[in-house]
Design a protein around this ligand. Structure first.
Ligand code: NAD
Ligand code: UDP
Ligand code: UDP
Length: 343
């Protein structure tokens, strides 16, 4: 077993495990699949700022070049249009595997493709990690807990998931991705990390991705009613993207496989969220009730004691602090740079 140095990774692939001199100070070579997406692009910003070389692999299903364009021309940055369902040969030290649509609207659009991305895509990236001896981090999801019967959810909870529902392509896809990750770890000695991410929001979210925070913010800015599904009493916990990125990096660099819940334990009903959006954007914004979608989990809130204890991590940005940063970005993208504040 080759020694792993979290700053330097395993070194070059054909080095026989020895880190070639000179590589140490150059930073790591890191792949971020899904790096043109919402979370991925913020992670890329942090890795580049740290001095690492980053290769983004993305098929642009929900990601956008605009999210990473500010790195074009930087020799430490590379962007590859590639679908992770197809094999990929690269030489790297670490793989952050994020490629997968995250919004229910996007992942239900082509459910079979979502499963292929989660299963075949993850298999390929694990095969890559095995071949080059890279450390692999899977971005799994709180949806592995399904409609949870335990509250808040601990990592030891096995979940309550419908295997044949409209969300299953995502939930069960991610559960299989976790299984594959652990089997490559146990069977092939791949260094792996698993993050179970809870609802995350922030700048660069797709404006019309159907997720609740992006919907409410866009609706309030456009003077449309906020669409609350069902009775609005279902709960979620909303994490600002910079907190998540910090957690992902700590997990990758640390010594623990996980899984780790990464989320903000602050719990809100959708009606409470609508109220915070009203307070932040427009106190006169109306609320409109709509029928809820199938299999919508009633409650969700992470127990983050494990991440606190073993990664020294906890979220720092409250919903009321984070939301205005997202509103600023949405305002600019909806109304254009020069009409900030206009409607
Ligand atoms: P996103 O949709 O903004 O980003 C996903 C990225 O993956 C996009 O750039 C998309 O183009 C790319 N992609 C999708 N399928 C691909 C494929 N087959 N090959 C290559 N690229 C592909 O979503 P996000 O919110 O940034 O989520 C990133 C990861 O975090 C996902 O794996 C998601 O499941 C996980 N996650 C996110 C949240 C959240 O609230 N944002 C919650 C739980 C888990
Ligand atoms: N794979 C890849 N890049 C690599 C190595 C493997 O995309 O650098 C893919 C490979 O095509 C296969 C998957 O990862 O579909 C699993 O690879 P592994 O070597 O574990 O399994 P095998 O190829 O023996 O089935
Ligand atoms: N939701 C809502 N209005 C919307 C979009 C979503 O009330 O315009 C609700 C949805 O029914 C769910 C919660 O908000 O209970 C979170 O939905 P989202 O799609 O953001 O993420 P999920 O946690 O379900 O993956």
């Amino acid at each position: 077993q080759r020694a792993y140095n979290p700053r330097v990774g395993f070194g070059a692939v054909n080095s026989g495990g020895k880190i070639p001199l000179g590589l140490k100070r150059k930073g790591l070579r890191i792949v971020v699949t899904g790096g043109a997406g919402f979370v991925g692009s913020h992670l890329v910003d942090r890795l580049i700022a740290r001095g690492d070389s980053v290769i983004v692999v993305d098929n642009f299903f929900t990601g956008r070049k605009e999210n990473v364009m500010h790195h074009f021309g930087n020799p430490n940055f590379e962007l590859i249009r590639h679908d992770v369902v197809e094999p990929l040969l690269l030489e790297v030290d670490q793989i952050y595997h994020l490629a997968c649509p995250a919004s229910p609207v996007h992942y239900k659009f082509n459910p079979v493709k979502t499963i292929k991305t989660n299963v075949v895509g993850t298999l390929n990236m694990l095969g890559l990690a095995k071949r080059v001896g890279a450390r692999f981090l899977l971005t799994s999801t709180s949806e592995v807990y399904g409609d949870p019967l335990q509250h808040p959810q601990k990592e030891t909870y096995w979940g309550n998931v419908n295997p044949i529902g409209v969300r299953s392509c995502y939930d069960e896809g991610k559960r299989t991705a976790e299984t594959l990750t652990m089997d490559y770890h146990r069977g092939a000695g791949v260094e792996v990390r698993i993050a179970r991410i809870f609802n995350t929001y922030g700048p660069r979210m797709c404006i019309d991705d159907g997720r609740v925070v992006s919907n409410f913010v866009a609706q309030a800015l456009r003077k449309e009613p906020l669409t609350v599904y069902g009775d609005g009493k279902q709960t979620r916990s909303f994490q600002f993207v910079s907190d998540l990125v910090e957690g992902l990096m700590r997990l990758m660099e640390g010594e623990h496989v996980g899984p780790f819940n990464l989320g903000n334990p602050g719990e809100f009903t959708m009606l409470e969220l609508a109220q915070v959006v009203q307070e932040t954007i427009d106190p006169n914004a109306k609320i409109e009730f709509r029928p809820n979608t199938e299999d919508d989990p009633h409650k969700r809130k992470p127990d983050i004691s494990r991440a606190k204890e073993l990664l020294g991590w906890e979220p720092k940005v409250s919903l009321r602090k984070g939301l205005p940063k997202m509103v600023k970005d949405f305002r600019q993208r909806i109304f254009g740079d020069h009409k900030e504040g206009g409607a």
